[in-house]
Design a protein around this ligand. Structure first.
Ligand SMILES: *Cc1c(COP(=O)(O)O)cnc(C)c1O
Length: 394
């Protein structure tokens, strides 16, 4: 046998199959819309992060095409060499204004942004204190830094204060990191309390607002805006790939933050800048949000409509405070069966099970968007009712 048989990987893959967690990727033929052509079948899409329906928006596509005509398809270099286009600088200025912060620094993805920023700001002698449910990219960014790491129980402010009290004297900086919106349950971080604790013990604060960007706050300005905490959070991360519909991430904060990251953010120093078409589409999206609240208004109206109907039908929809709508099922196998049958019946909603969520808390995570029509949502609820009854959930 040659080493290229990769027998060690084949063994691992067989184990995935034995455990029933082996997967095939679903294939989309066409744009990510409220209804999609998935695996050759037209279905209602309740699985995307395209909250505002921007991923295929005509105004953004036109802006992207115009920029591609002028600037080409690629940046051609990292920003520190010759990949720093004027439209990228302009986007950063616009984002800072939108977020009501001094500066914003753009990365090629939200994942990169966490990996690069945490690594650049936390050093040996510092402590990172992280919510136990924080996103994988925060965990990876923390691992890449030389700081010590510890977690506190999910949104448990007593536990957070306990951890900080026990450690405050032992470290130079303590960096408290939390998601703004937790993506599996749709609950919002207790930012006002976190900020109070941070100020009491002189800690730094870092909020990853991937699911709050374009969703919470005035016209989607995010969780910090929702709580009116401008100037009291040191680092606010946003994504340009979820509600904004394109690709990329950014961190908003102070001038000092920006200047340091220009010198130390490894994903920006060592990886090519965003393509011009994407930069232009993102810029158009931010302008659209600054012009009107109609997109976010429609998102919230649709989410409330759907949640009302699902709760009315007898489903347990958890305790979400945002458009993320988990439908709690419980067992892992049952959750995956529900998801599979819903797809056969015309609704695509992915099942989320251990290890992404704790054992026995499997759920279908429904993502309602601004571009679903009431008719589509009604149809989705009817399919949920029929399928849920079939497998004994309601
Ligand atoms: C999706 C997500 C990211 C990664 O964002 P991308 O732009 O898709 O790379 C980071 N943090 C959180 C909390 C997320 O939900």
């Amino acid at each position: 046998m040659s080493v290229h048989d990769l027998k060690f990987l084949q063994d691992n893959i067989q184990k995935l199959k034995d455990d029933g967690v082996y997967r095939r990727l679903p294939v989309l033929s066409g744009a990510n819309e409220a209804e999609v052509d998935l695996n050759g079948k037209k279905v209602i899409n309740l699985s995307s992060n395209n909250y505002l329906g921007f991923a295929n928006h005509p105004r953004m596509k036109e802006a992207s095409i115009r920029a591609t005509e002028k600037y080409g398809v690629g940046a051609g270099a990292v920003r520190t060499i010759v990949g720093n286009m004027d439209i990228l600088e302009q986007l950063e200025e616009l984002l800072a204004k939108f977020k009501r912060e001094e500066r914003a620094f753009v990365y090629q993805s939200g994942f990169n942004c966490n990996a690069g920023t945490i690594q650049a700001i936390a050093e040996d002698g510092d402590l990172i204190v992280s919510d136990e449910l924080n996103h994988a990219s925060i965990i990876d960014g923390s691992r890449l830094s030389r700081a010590k790491k510890t977690i506190y129980k999910h949104s448990d402010m007593d536990d957070l204060e306990r951890v900080i009290k026990e450690n405050r004297d032992k470290y130079r900086n303590i960096l408290i990191i939390t998601d703004g919106v937790f993506s599996m349950d749709g609950d919002i971080a207790k930012l006002p309390e976190i900020v109070d604790i941070a100020e009491k013990y002189e800690c730094l604060t870092y909020v990853d607002d991937a699911h709050g960007s374009g969703v919470l706050g005035e016209s989607g300005r995010g969780t910090v805006d929702h709580f009116k905490l401008h100037g009291r959070i040191d680092f606010t991360i946003g994504t340009l790939s979820k509600a904004i519909g394109v690709i990329g991430g950014y961190v908003a904060g102070s001038n000092a933050m920006y200047e340091w990251l220009v010198h130390r953010a490894r994903p920006v120093l060592f990886s090519t800048a965003l393509p011009p078409g994407s930069i232009a589409a993102i810029t158009e999206a931010i302008k659209m949000l600054m012009e009107t609240t109609e997109y976010t208004d429609r998102l919230w109206k649709n989410a409330e409509y759907f949640k009302g109907k699902m709760a009315g039908a007898g489903f347990d929809i958890g305790h979400s405070e945002t458009p993320i709508t988990p439908v709690m099922v419980g067992g892992e196998a049952k959750t995956m069966e529900f998801s599979r049958k819903l797809l056969e019946n015309g609704v695509f909603v992915s099942g989320i099970v251990f290890p992404t969520v704790p054992v026995g808390t499997g759920r279908l995570r429904c993502m309602v968007t601004a571009s679903h029509t009431e008719e589509m949502l009604d149809r989705a609820v009817e399919i949920f009712k029929k399928t849920g009854a079939e497998i004994g959930i309601i």
